[in-house]
Design a protein around this ligand. Structure first.
Ligand code: FES
Length: 151
């Protein structure tokens, strides 16, 4: 499907309401997994909002990515409680297993590795979240299983 058609489908339910720009970008982020220049330009044109404004919003909020992301998003909590409980070692293990540094996406776009500050479940730490599923204190064999299951 052409980008213009996909953007048109995202804009239509909001009746081209410029105040819905963030929601439209969220919908497109979910649809594409990231926001390309082409998508931002198309949103700008269809909503009649300057592309600089669209880019400003898309680059400000952490919910948006301006680079391609993996199909599976891995988040390792690096909040204080998780750090005390071993999240730096967990991050190193994952980084070595997947050959990824935090913020990177694998070439096959299977995984993106991110760090976060606190997931609100400190007693479970160190915590890893992949595709919104929480894992408490995963061992190396656990990690192998988790990553193998994520196709
Ligand atoms: S510090 Fe990791 S969940 Fe709170």
């Amino acid at each position: 499907m052409k980008v213009s058609t996909t953007v048109s489908k995202a804009v239509r339910p909001y009746q081209k309401d410029q105040d819905m720009l963030i929601q439209i970008l969220l919908d497109l982020q979910t649809k594409f997994g990231w926001l390309s220049r082409e998508v931002l330009a198309e949103v700008s044109g269809q909503l009649d909002v300057p592309v600089t404004r669209v880019y400003q919003i898309a680059s400000y909020y952490k919910a948006f990515s301006l680079v391609p992301r993996g199909r599976h998003i891995i988040k390792v909590c690096m909040g204080t409680a998780c750090q005390v409980r071993g999240s730096p070692q967990l991050l190193n293990t994952i980084s070595a297993m997947l050959d990824l540094e935090p913020g990177e996406t694998s070439e096959d776009r299977r995984f993106t590795l991110d760090t976060v500050n606190c997931l609100g479940c400190c007693a479970m730490g160190p915590v890893l979240v992949i595709d919104d599923v929480y894992h408490s204190k995963p061992s190396t064999p656990d990690l192998k299983k988790i990553f193998k299951a994520a196709k």
